[in-house]
Design a protein around this ligand. Structure first.
Ligand code: ZN
Length: 149
């Protein structure tokens, strides 16, 4: 195992054991439930979207270290971002999972999941949280247009 792999593994385990933004929001405006049946991962993502900005993000759920650490990193990375920026990050993550070189300089922990692209079965674990994010942002935008908010 190379030093970089070892470092990445540590970052993943750190997020898995000490997840960021785990829990529920009292003022969450959007909730998305997704699961990855091939691995048994489940995530419930809550976003607080305000004026096109992700003010807060939290998740609950259970699953493997890849899915949970990815959710922890994702929620940390998108807080304070505009919906557009959040979706761009999701696109970047998709590129990372295709094995493309992506610079996550604003949130370098995410790079720790780059090794997952070598294990096709685990890609769904890693992308689960990001798929929930896309759905949540879409839902939030729909709400914004359609209701009195
Ligand atoms: Zn998994």
């Amino acid at each position: 195992m190379s030093q970089l792999d070892d470092l990445y593994r540590r970052v993943i385990m750190d997020h898995y054991k000490t997840p960021r933004n785990r829990g529920q929001l009292d003022d969450g405006s959007v909730t998305v439930n997704l699961n990855n049946p091939t691995c048994g991962d489940r995530i419930s993502l809550q976003l607080q979207l305000e004026d096109g900005v992700v003010r807060n993000a939290r998740f609950t759920g259970e699953g493997c270290s890849i899915s949970m650490s990815s959710a922890s990193m994702m929620t940390d990375a998108v807080k304070g971002k505009t919906a557009e920026e959040a979706l761009k990050l999701a696109d970047k993550f998709s590129s990372l999972m295709k094995g493309e070189a992506v610079d996550f300089d604003e949130y370098e922990d995410i790079a720790a999941l780059s090794g997952v692209n070598k294990f096709p079965a685990r890609i769904k674990c890693a992308t689960l949280a990001w798929n929930a994010l896309r759905k949540g942002v879409e839902q939030g935008q729909g709400q914004h247009e359609g209701t009195e908010q």
